[in-house]
Design a protein around this ligand. Structure first.
Ligand code: ADP
Length: 406
């Protein structure tokens, strides 16, 4: 009897000790097998412990999946408690607000995001619209939306809209530029027309001068519209350029003739190396790109200057090059001259009939053909514009009978 009672006491003690240990410190092996009623008790305990362990594992797995998914989100998410203290945030929110998920847990959000616009947004309590918050130092614009949930708890969702904003700015600049470019010649034409209406008699010599000036202005508008249409066509064309075979050597020679016609004897137009190359692409587009480079060389090279046009293959690229001994471009302007309407010298560009879109068009066309526009320039010495195309566009089936440096 005494032995039986002692055994019960021992099993009771083992079971109590086991229960009192934290779950992480106890294993099922610590439980004795027991006998009689105790065997059933210990078996039931083992089964309950096993179920709990499985549930813990499931929960840990779900939590790991959730954390992984939240790291993949491109939006930032911050969970706030009822007092607006940070409970949890995902990596993107840490990036957006320069937070540290571990260090900043439990801190008031208003103490960490000390921006007047954000504090005001929190205080106002009207979260029907998102808040746009700018960080000029990081060129970052965030759209922040506060979402109330449960009782007095909230979620902050942040989205990086910097790119959207810069596209919007570009759109506004573009509209402003186009309007300005069109208004200038229109003002001139309408001014002359008013003059015609107001004056009863204009002598024929003066009349002719005015008509010529009006014609020049309308042609300027026309060139601008043509260039805008070309650019818009290039931009909206999703598909790659056509795949026709183009005799580039022949096109280069045509460009030399075009330079001669544009220069009208005011420059020395020279033929550089012209290799016999045929490529696959869009003839109209490449002609337009090359022609813009040639027209620029003529327009930005003073009378008596020299222009050399050539076509060579160098390793895995081929270059159509236009070299001039003109004004040159200051180094800080070079990266920007392919932007629409960007001009180094506005008055000179307009004087020579420029629309400010030629290089934007040329670059677009070359990029569409897998190439690029390289610019070398020195102020006072001149510039070389290289239309660079990938040699893999070379058409090897066609034989072009040309290879004559002049
Ligand atoms: P634009 O119609 O004004 O010539 P482009 O897009 O063709 O427009 O050229 C942009 C700017 O780049 C020009 O306004 C000019 O300042 C500069 N530029 C282009 N080509 C040359 C060149 N060959 N020599 C010097 N500057 C040039």
């Amino acid at each position: 009897m005494l032995v039986l009672i002692s055994l019960h006491v021992v099993y009771l003690k083992r079971a109590t000790e086991w229960f009192n240990r934290p779950p992480a410190d106890r294993t099922m092996d610590d439980l004795p097998t027991g006998f009689g009623a105790w065997r059933r008790v210990f078996t039931a305990l083992r089964q309950a412990e096993k179920r709990e362990e499985q549930q813990r594992e499931e929960l840990a797995k779900t939590l790991a999946r959730f954390t992984e998914a939240s790291s993949a989100l491109t939006d930032g998410i911050i969970l706030l408690d009822h007092a607006d203290k940070i409970e949890w945030c995902n990596p993107m929110a840490c990036q957006h607000f320069e937070l540290n998920a571990e260090r900043d847990r439990g801190f008031f959000i208003s103490n960490l995001l000390r921006r007047p616009a954000f504090t005001e947004y929190l205080l106002r309590g009207d979260f029907s619209k998102p808040l746009e918050m700018n960080d000029p130092a990081r060129s970052l614009t965030l759209s922040i939306q506060m979402l109330p949930f449960q009782e007095r708890r909230r979620i902050i969702v942040s989205r990086d809209i910097s790119q959207l904003m810069s596209i919007e700015r570009m759109r506004q600049d573009f509209i402003a530029n186009v309007s300005h470019e069109l208004r200038t010649p229109l003002t001139v034409v309408s001014g002359f027309l008013e003059h015609f209406i107001d004056s009863d008699t204009i002598d024929s010599g003066k009349r002719r001068t005015i008509e010529e000036l009006m014609l020049a202005q309308t042609m300027r508008m026309r060139r601008l519209i043509d260039d805008l249409l070309t650019l818009s066509k290039l931009e909206t064309q999703g598909e790659p350029p056509s795949d026709e075979v183009i005799d580039l050597a022949q096109l280069t020679r045509a460009m030399i003739d075009e330079a001669g016609a544009l220069s009208d004897g005011k420059h020395r137009i020279e033929t550089g190396n012209i290799e016999a190359i045929a490529i696959r692409g869009s003839p109209d587009e490449l002609r337009s790109a090359f022609s813009n480079l040639v027209s620029n060389a003529v327009r930005y090279t003073p009378i008596g200057g020299r222009i050399v046009i050539g076509l060579v293959r160098e390793g895995d690229v081929l270059r159509f090059s236009v070299q001039d001994s003109g004004l040159g471009i200051p180094a800080e302007h070079i990266p920007r001259v392919t932007e629409r309407f960007y001009r180094v010298d506005k008055s000179r560009s307009r004087e020579t009939g420029g629309t400010g879109l030629g290089l934007a068009i040329a670059k677009h066309i070359l990029v569409r053909h897998g190439g690029r526009l390289d610019i070398e320039s020195q102020v006072g010495k001149g510039s070389t514009f290289h239309a660079v195309l990938p040699a893999m566009r070379i058409d090897t089936r066609e034989q072009v009978g040309l290879s004559t440096p002049a």
